[in-house]
Design a protein around this ligand. Structure first.
Ligand SMILES: *Cc1c(COP(=O)(O)O)cnc(C)c1O
Length: 381
């Protein structure tokens, strides 16, 4: 696998080991300690939110967020359909029922008009969701103004899945800080990584305090081991948090690198009829975690799958866009609200989209090679 050009791989800044060494020197290996505190405070101040709690994964943070909002078996949770399965799995852990909402074209994220229809029908059926889970894909913020207005109108709390959009902005405000709760992920392929981990954020300090309680087995304040509610083992370790502290120091640099990669692709393909780069909604700033584009099948004979294979043959990693959750065998039969009667945007994006190598360690020369292979491929008839 040497010299393989990767989609997105861990990119250390250099100070991570200093923080890990501190954990060793003080024997604060586990469970919590100064690195966890420092990482939580550092991230909270970066995204300008009151409170943050570090978790062992982004998935765990979503699970905690749903639990904190009281989601139980039999409840309904609305969720973006175009996303990674991790957005919806915690809904299933709790025995709740997901209802999937389509994307819209300008952000690839949740369609306000589909959400409006879903909320209106749910209200009429006396079956409003316990929460709406809004995903911000590949770094792009969803249309938060429209979506938040709708959710507030119906009195339904929002969880923002910002696993892919740390550092992105919507009208100057950080992605992940719009809902009652937001989550980030530090999985190995994300814009910064702790090898594995997540963060739960909120303006509500009591909710975050409660999340820490739930994430450490929900132990009651008693001398003996006493438990009144179901808890989890979801806290981040102090060693891992040390990596996070080092990574936070290079987050702005990573965003600049990811955006430079996107811009190079965009200028390379600007005159290729049939290639459209993922848009960036006016008033938003994307971290461009993954550079993503669509191929118009009427103009380009090479399909995304063929292109992925051609790139693979040149030792370059590319991936399809997430397969919509309403199309997953696991979630067959779940309710789904399309963007409109004529159009299912998420299915179209899935059929035509491709994620390009966006590794911040990729050199300009390596990216040239990727661009060459794509040019050759789209020229074929
Ligand atoms: C990565 C990711 C997650 C899950 O995060 P983990 O830290 O891997 O558990 C959730 N949602 C989305 C959209 C993701 O991309």
């Amino acid at each position: 696998m040497t010299n393989r050009i990767l989609l997105s791989s861990p990119h250390m800044g250099g100070t991570e080991q200093k923080y890990i060494q501190e954990a060793f020197d003080t024997n604060w290996i586990a469970p919590l300690g100064t690195n966890v505190d420092g990482f939580e405070q550092g991230l909270a101040s970066y995204v300008k939110v009151k409170a943050a709690s570090a978790t062992s994964s982004g998935t765990g943070a979503i699970h905690l967020a749903l639990d904190l909002l009281g989601v139980q078996a039999g409840d309904i949770v609305f969720c973006s359909t175009l996303t990674f399965i991790a957005s919806a799995n915690p809904i299933l852990y709790l025995g709740a029922t997901p209802v999937f909402i389509d994307s819209e074209e300008a952000t690839w994220n949740m369609s306000p008009q589909a959400l409006e229809r879903a909320l209106r029908e749910a209200k009429a059926d006396n079956a409003l969701p316990k929460a709406v889970l809004i995903v911000n894909l590949y770094g792009q913020s969803a249309r938060m103004d429209e979506l938040m207005t709708l959710c507030n109108e119906y009195g339904v709390p929002v969880i923002e899945d910002a696993a892919e959009s740390l550092g992105s902005l919507y009208k100057g405000k950080h992605s992940g800080t719009f809902g009652k709760l937001g989550i980030y992920s530090f999985n190995g392929n994300k814009i910064i990584t702790t090898s594995g981990g997540g963060m739960l954020v909120s303006e509500d300090e009591q909710l975050i305090a409660r999340s820490r309680f739930l994430a450490t087995q929900a132990r009651d304040a008693a001398k003996h081991y006493q438990h009144s509610v179901i808890g989890y083992n979801y806290r981040m370790s102090n060693v891992v948090a040390g990596i996070g502290r080092g990574q936070l120091e290079v987050l702005d640099e990573r965003i600049a690198q990811k955006r430079a990669i996107f811009n190079r692709y965009e200028s390379a393909f600007i005159n290729v009829d049939g290639i459209t780069m993922m848009p960036e909604l006016e008033g938003t700033f994307s971290n461009r975690w993954l550079s993503t584009m669509t191929l118009d099948p009427k103009k380009i004979k090479t399909s995304p799958y063929e292109l992925i294979d051609l790139l693979d043959a040149a030792n370059i990693e590319a991936r399809p866009v997430w397969k919509p959750l309403h199309m997953q065998p696991l979630l067959e039969g779940c309710k789904f609200y399309p963007h409109s009667e004529e159009q299912i945007i998420s299915e179209k994006l899935f059929a035509t989209g491709i994620c390009l190598p966006s590794d911040s360690k990729m050199t300009a020369e390596e990216q040239e090679k990727v661009i060459e292979v794509i040019w050759e491929a789209v020229k074929r008839k």
